[in-house]
Structures are given as structure tokens and as C-alpha cells.
Design a protein around this ligand. Structure first.
Ligand SMILES: [Zn+2]
Length: 280
């Protein structure tokens, strides 16, 4: 069987926006308007899909090392999605797994969005607690009405975690949610240790600042981060420091009208080279 690598992550791993670098009339034209996922997904064609798949870091590694890459078909992902994806394909006995961490704002109450408990599977639907709380703070500030679902989860947060909705918490949301964050991070580390019984595991830092604080201070995560080669030739574990070495920070700096905040074509190349250095 061909060697394989499973890549977990979110839109940064999926390669959102890379097709904007295709030098054809269609895609050059698309650089002159706002182009986020919901815009781009409608205008994909065979050429753009192929270009994205082969120019995202997973695709570059696949070609360079002659391995098979497993990358989620759909764009995006919560804190659990990369893990769920890796677990789903782990039976293929991968040579390595690479997990790019997404934002803590996307954690669930009980790690997996597939949790079957009464809270996660209640009739009103589910929420991502930090994102939900920030939304509710916004509603409170703008005197908007709370839905039945909002009230259900606000009540649950208060009863279960003693977290109340209060505008004075606006700057300390992540501290307030530390019990839920800790639970999610511990589940993540449990999964990593399970994978490591059979393969090598590499983490790539999150693009999001609160999550970068976590990866910077949590030793279990930090020691597994891939040092990323910057445009200056130096190596950085912190994503924000790494990306700031490039002439263009994000796609929107190459093509301002797109307002697309994903990694550039050049950054994907450097990401792939950094991971290959670890794999070899
Ligand atoms: Zn649950």
C-alpha cells in the first residue's frame, strides 16, 4: 500500500483562495472583487480545484514525497474536525499525521460535535460555547432579543460552569471559559497520544491569537509544533511570527479587493517545505 499522510485542519489546510493565483482570464478577473469561501465555491471548476489541491501544503508534500494525502473534502472545520478526520482515516496506517490547529472559538462543550449527550443533542440544536457567548454579548450590547435556544444555553452555562452573561466579561472570555477549554485540549492531547502509539504526529500552530497563546504555553502541544521556515530563512513555531516574515501576510495583501484572509501561494510552499524537513 502507498504511504499516506492524513492532514487535519480548517480552511487554512484546505487551501481556501489559492485558485485566485491561477493566471487565467477568469481568475485574474476574480482578484478584483470580494472573494470569500461562499463566493468562491460557486465558481469552482475542474482547473481551480486541481490547482488548489496541488498547491496547498498537503498537495505539495504529496507530490514531493510521492505519498497519498488525505485532506477533508469540504472547506472549514471546528476544533474537533481535524481530529475526527484523522480518526476516520487512521485505519489506512498513515506514515504521519499533520494537524493544523484551528481557533479555540470553535471548541464544543464536550470536544466532539458528535457527542450524544442530552445537551449536545437537545431539540434546539447545539452551539460552540465561546462563539455563542461572544454572540450573546453582542446581542446584550445592542439590546437584541435572545432566542429560546440562546436562553437554553445561557442557562446551561450558568448552571454548569457558573458563567453569566455580563458585559464586564468582554475582555476575559477565554479565562472565563478555561474549564471548557481545558476539557477540549485534554481530549485533543488524548487523541494525539493514541495516534503516537502507531505513527508520527506533527502540529502546526493556529492562525488565531488566543489559540496561539495556548500553543505557546501548553508544553504537550508546543513540543509537537513544526518549526515553520520563514521567508527570512529563520524558523518559527508561532504562526503569527512566521507569517509576518513574508512580503504579503495573506491573500488579501496580494489581491486587496478579494478581502480573503487565507495563506498565500508562497506561504503554502514554505509550509510544505517545513513539514517535509520534519518528515525526512
Ligand atoms: Zn455532549
Amino acid at each position: 500500500m502507498k504511504e499516506s499522510i492524513i492532514f487535519g485542519g480548517d480552511s487554512f489546510t484546505w487551501g481556501e483562495g489559492l485558485e485566485l493565483y491561477l493566471n487565467t482570464d477568469k481568475w485574474i478577473n476574480e482578484r478584483s472583487r470580494k472573494n470569500h469561501h461562499n463566493d468562491l465555491i460557486k465558481i469552482q471548476d475542474e482547473e481551480s480545484i486541481k490547482f488548489r489541491n496541488s498547491n496547498r501544503f498537503a498537495g505539495l508534500i504529496e507530490q514531493k514525497l510521492g505519498v497519498q494525502s488525505f485532506v477533508k473534502k469540504n472547506n472549514g472545520g471546528g476544533f474537533d474536525d481535524g481530529v475526527l478526520w484523522i480518526n476516520k482515516h487512521f485505519k489506512n496506517k498513515p506514515t504521519a499525521v499533520v494537524l493544523q490547529l484551528t481557533a479555540l472559538q470553535r471548541i464544543n462543550f464536550h470536544f466532539s460535535r458528535k457527542c450524544q449527550c442530552d445537551i449536545c443533542q437537545n431539540k434546539l440544536g447545539n452551539v460552540r460555547p465561546i462563539a455563542f457567548y461572544i454572540e450573546c454579548l453582542y446581542k446584550l450590547l445592542h439590546k437584541q432579543e435572545f432566542t429560546e435556544k440562546d436562553k437554553f444555553f445561557l442557562n446551561y452555562l450558568e448552571e454548569q460552569y457558573n458563567i453569566k452573561l455580563d458585559l464586564k466579561n468582554v475582555d476575559t472570555v477565554y479565562e472565563l471559559f478555561s474549564p471548557i477549554i481545558d476539557y477540549n485540549v485534554n481530549k485533543l492531547i488524548e487523541n494525539i497520544k493514541e495516534w503516537e502509539k502507531e505513527t508520527r504526529v506533527y502540529l502546526i500552530d493556529s492562525w488565531e491569537v488566543h489559540t496561539q497563546e495556548l500553543t505557546n504555553t501548553n508544553e504537550e502541544l508546543n513540543k509537537r509544533l513544526v518549526p515553520l521556515k520563514g521567508f527570512d530563512g529563520k524558523y518559527y513555531k508561532k504562526y503569527a511570527e512566521w507569517e509576518s516574515t513574508f512580503p504579503q501576510l495573506r491573500i488579501q495583501n496580494d489581491f486587496p479587493k478579494t478581502e480573503n484572509e487565507h495563506p498565500t501561494l508562497l506561504q503554502h510552499k514554505y509550509l510544505s517545505e517545513s513539514i517535509i524537513e520534519q518528515l525526512q
